[in-house]
Design a protein around this ligand. Structure first.
Ligand code: ADP
Ligand code: MG
Length: 330
């Protein structure tokens, strides 16, 4: 199968099947054409996934197709942008039609759920690498940025009812043989690791409410520090707010609070939103959570001093050694 047959069969879809009117011309010409609506800014983000570094070679192609797009849509969510279209650059070691069928199935299922059209890309032979660029739209001046956090703002993190930040890391530790989980918990956290749900609807609902936002990909505490730095502020964090939540939903007596703290605050691969909002917008934040079927847990408060203070449930200050917790980082 040649390059063009491959594109036609697995990635090109009829114009009628395009899921977004913002795409004036899709796959097939030298460029695709986007037609931004008046008053909108384009939000653009790229993410590259390399086999062995960003995903395990044992992951199913369908889950991989989902995740490759999900991590990109998560960046749009963090900016409060609505997905419009994406490009896909693929390096494939060989043409494996079973793999391509699974990959494109997972990819398009998520793309269609978000009305995001595949508008172009590139295909080449090489070590398995997936690079996606997403294009979203946001009313001019309304994008959620990392730089807007202000003294006194509340700090929140999103998650579903029976979910927590740290789920994906717990699954990874299980795959690595570092912990053994009961079947039901493993299934739940594995889904969180392999099929993260980008919080697009929450990002949209937080426009005009959140003062800053970003998505959690490298670990909650480290990522939060990007907001603090960009905003020129500090924070007081209640470590066991969300670590206590994780401890209770994982409900495994072998996991002490210390272990849960590490999974939650240094985990990574979560694709939840961490964001700030002033205390007088608490009701608006909870309304955004309700309408999107998510929870937004309060985890701390922004301070003027540019330092990060971590406290346990008794108010004791803890050393910040969470960012460095990673025995296995490659
Ligand atoms: P060019 O030679 O201009 O780089 P190509 O021959 O590589 O164009 O690609 C032909 C068309 O197919 C282009 O419209 C390109 O955007 C599209 N395309 C190539 N690879 C992919 C892919 N993996 N997914 C979606 N579209 C693709
Ligand atoms: Mg090309």
């Amino acid at each position: 199968m040649g390059e063009f047959d491959l594109i036609d069969q697995y990635f090109r879809r009829a114009a009628a099947e395009r899921r977004n009117d913002g795409v004036a011309l899709g796959i097939g010409d030298d460029c695709a054409l986007l037609a931004p609506r008046a008053g909108m800014q384009l939000a653009i983000s790229s993410d590259m996934l390399v086999e062995g570094r960003h995903f395990l070679s044992t992951v199913s192609p369908e889950a991989l197709g989902h995740k490759a797009l999900a991590v990109n849509l998560s960046d749009l969510a963090a900016c409060g942008a609505k997905p419009v279209a994406f490009t896909l650059a693929l390096a494939l070691p060989r043409v494996d039609e079973g793999w391509l069928a699974g990959f494109s199935k997972g990819l398009f299922a998520l793309a269609d759920a978000h009305g995001c059209a595949l508008m172009g890309g590139d295909t080449t032979a090489g070590p398995l690498t997936i690079c996606i660029t997403v294009f979203g739209e946001v009313p001019a001046g309304q994008a959620l940025l990392r730089s807007g956090a202000r003294e006194g703002d509340d700090i929140y993190v999103s998650h579903g009812e029976r979910e927590s930040v740290g789920d994906a890391r717990l699954a990874l530790e299980s795959f690595r043989g570092m912990v053994s989980l009961n079947e039901a918990l493993f299934a739940r956290v594995r889904t969180r690791m392999e099929r993260p749900q980008p919080r697009v609807a929450l990002g949209l609902a937080l426009r005009g409410v959140a003062t800053s936002a970003m998505d959690v990909s490298d670990g909650l505490l480290g990522d939060l520090q990007h907001i603090l730095k960009a905003s020129g502020v500090g924070a007081e964090i209640a470590i066991d707010s969300i670590a206590g939540h994780a401890h209770s939903i994982w409900a495994d007596s072998r996991f002490g609070l210390e272990f849960c703290r590490n999974m939650v605050w240094a985990g990574g691969d979560d694709y939840e939103l961490v964001f700030t909002a002033p205390p007088h917008r608490r009701q608006a934040v909870q309304a955004a959570a309700r309408t999107t079927g998510l929870q937004c847990s309060l985890i701390g408060r922004i301070t003027a001093q540019t330092e990060l203070v971590l406290r346990d449930a008794q108010g004791q200050v803890l050393p910040n050694d969470f960012s460095s917790f990673d025995h296995f980082k490659t």
